[in-house]
Design a protein around this ligand. Sequence first.
Ligand SMILES: *Cc1c(COP(=O)(O)O)cnc(C)c1O
Length: 377
Amino acid sequence: MSSSIASTKADSKIPLVDLQAQYRSIQSEVDAAIRRVLDRSSFILGDEVLAFESAFAKHVGATGAVGVSSGTAALQLALRALGVSRGDEVITTAHTFIATAEAISNIGAVPVFVDIDPVTYNIDPAEIEAKISERTRAILPVHLYGQPADMTAIMAIAEERGLWVVEDAAQAHGAAIDGRRCGSIGHLACFSFYPGKNLGAYGDAGAVTGNDPEVLDRIRRMRDHGRTTKYEHVEVGYAERIDALHAAVLGAKLPHLESWTDARRSHARRYSELLEGAMVEVPVTRDGFRHVFHLYVVRSARRDELLARLREEGIGAGIHYPIPLHRQPAYVALGYGDVSLPHTEAAAAEVLSLPMYPELTDEQIQRIVATVRASVA
Ligand SMILES: *Cc1c(COP(=O)(O)O)cnc(C)c1O
């Protein structure tokens, strides 16, 4: 095994994500979209934004989509539009990127962290009920790594207790449960088009999707200074519009998303097949759930050793996420130091993301797997 690793271009690096490979594969379409915006010099809202919003809503299977300046902005605007405000509690997960909780904190609301299901890494619906108080207004599940959270159970709890559900779908473009796409199931859903996401802009961008036209209109107004006409502002809003340039780039990329997702899913199958019998746990996908593998995450008690070895071999592995949110200094300072979430803490110590992007080659996957096997044999 080790001699074959040495012979397969051990010097060439394999990044965690390769944005250049994607750009090269669609360069003429993206360049044409950018040129179109420059030629018209219409940079704020307008046709490019409207066209992308309607194409994206259609892709998600939602009534509408509102393009905003980032996934974080999408989360904040969604919570605000549903009336979540100061002192309200929002139930969420601590095993996620900090933006999930920041959006709650930055509108004066309070994140209440619930432990994860240790198999899927998503919020455990069975743990939600016990954390609901009279101040709870919403549940904010994250479809982590691209696998849908258990939305059937979450929607049932929300309905029974009169709570809003906002999906954090920042990692879940095209993910679905029994054919129903993430982004169309909760009351609202938030997407990020950060460059490394499954659908990425060339800078920060995001969107809120949903099925209630009135709520979507409120978000459309809020992202644009609470404006109803050029000089009339009915509420204090934000400057959180999506840029026309990003909308044009995203519009050029969207038709490719399905084939990119298929490639990710096929790379994931290949990884799992080749890792069979190796001393790492591979991702488990729930029946009927379409996992879109924003990240391919394995688990090992010897994670740190494995990470060091992969890096030595020029393989860009990552950890998503090494410090749970209740252990982040930012949240310890807010009084979360005593919160205990055993499954979340265990996952943070053991998860490892292997390179994942549509353009990954089988040869690269084989080299990565050989390195994993050699270091945890
Ligand atoms: C990327 C991400 C966000 C934030 O999106 P930005 O566009 O970077 O603001 C929120 N939640 C999750 C789970 C993410 O992965």
